[in-house]
Design a protein around this ligand. Structure first.
Ligand SMILES: [Zn+2]
Ligand SMILES: [Zn+2]
Length: 362
């Protein structure tokens, strides 16, 4: 199970991390979870194994490239891609029940690849499904972080209810298409370079009706609005592709929903952690204070700001970050010290006196 986790998450690095950043993250974590330092802690040993595995793949440019490709298909739980969500009954993430522990071994990725896609090992080209429909949705930061349901309306081609897809009017007779002579395809180009395309006259059916269907004008399909409810898993990242199997055109193809996460006015995200900036005044920074801070799920917590707090200093509220695959991030409160822009003569005198007392140059 452990090895199905997302390698980037395991190392706590961004997808765009450089080899150097990956190395650094690995060294730090490997030190922290080394079995010698954690005797009698099986979880640490497990984590250590994961860290090594993640590093093994991400530090090797070739393995990383292949891994990234698989990851884009949502092959790994928690990969920030379309996995593990369920909604509307038949929507499912891609297969996630496989073991990638042999990823490092020879041919591991190829076998893995074919086990996911049922194709020859090593094949990396994606066969575009012509019935696949891609759509983009924009969701609020909080929905992405905490998970939720989002309605989506799509306009999809459906089989024409009048002709059942034949393109003929009720009672029409069909004859062999004169253009393609019934083959349903025509070719462009010559010899080895010929390209086959569906015949435009009969639309690939090989037969033409004596009279066209009045509903679809012979197309055999009509465009219909379809409402879907999409389940957004907690911790969904910007750019995540969620695949809704069998929800696409004519109930066959998939709908791929590309999720755009709207920025939040307060929070920003780093992995599973969330960071919010809180302004404090000079006196609070110098003398300390108690401030109220909002958490991701709307709770209010009181944070003690110690005397001598620096601008940009971060305070951690444990366990108030994003939860994903049983792991929970933290919330960080970043202090921004606000300096008064204007002083009254009286205030200026006080500030000068303070500067004298503390020996501050000005
Ligand atoms: Zn029709
Ligand atoms: Zn034809």
């Amino acid at each position: 199970m452990a090895s199905q986790r997302d390698y980037y998450q395991i190392l706590g690095v961004a997808e765009t991390a450089t080899t150097d950043e990956i190395k650094k993250a690995f060294r730090r974590l490997a030190k922290q979870y080394h079995p010698d330092r954690n005797p009698n802690k099986p979880q640490a040993a497990e984590r250590f194994k994961e860290i090594n595995e993640a590093h093994d793949v991400l530090s090797d440019a070739d393995k990383r490239k292949k891994y990234d490709q698989l990851r884009r298909y949502g092959a790994f739980a928690g990969a920030g891609r379309g996995t593990g969500f369920g909604g509307g009954g038949s929507s499912q993430g891609p297969d996630v029940d496989f073991d990638v522990s042999d990823l490092g071994s020879l041919g591991g990725l190829g076998d893995l690849f074919s086990s996911i896609f049922g194709r020859r090992g090593g094949s990396e080209t994606r066969v575009e499904d012509e019935d696949e429909i891609e759509t983009a949705i924009s969701i609020p930061f909080r929905v992405a972080a905490l998970g939720g349901k989002v309605p989506v309306t799509l306009t999809l081609p459906e089989v024409c209810p009048t002709c059942g897809g034949s393109g003929g009017a009720p009672g029409a007779t069909f004859s062999t298409c004169p253009e393609c002579r019934g083959r349903g395809t025509i070719s462009f180009g010559q010899g080895g370079f010929a390209v086959q395309r569906p015949c435009p006259v009969c639309r690939g059916r090989g037969k033409v009706p004596s009279e066209r269907c009045p509903t679809c004008q012979g197309a055999g399909e009509v465009r219909q609005e379809k409402r879907l409810t999409i389940t957004i898993p907690a911790g969904t990242e910007d750019g995540t592709r969620l695949r809704l199997r069998g929800q696409g055109a004519k109930g066959r193809g998939d709908v791929v929903v590309v999720v755009q996460v709207e920025p939040d006015t307060f929070f920003r995200r780093e992995g599973l952690d969330v960071i919010g900036v809180v302004p404090i005044n000079l006196a609070q920074a110098l003398l300390g204070s108690k401030i109220k801070v909002r958490t991701l799920d709307g709770k209010r917590v009181v944070l003690r700001v110690p005397p001598g707090t620096q601008h940009g200093q971060k305070f951690r509220i444990p366990g108030q970050g994003i939860e994903r695959n049983g792991r929970r991030g933290d919330q960080y409160v970043e202090m921004h010290v606000e300096i008064p822009e204007k002083l009254t003569p009286e205030q200026e005198a006080a500030a000068k006196a303070f500067a004298e007392k503390t020996g501050m140059k000005h």
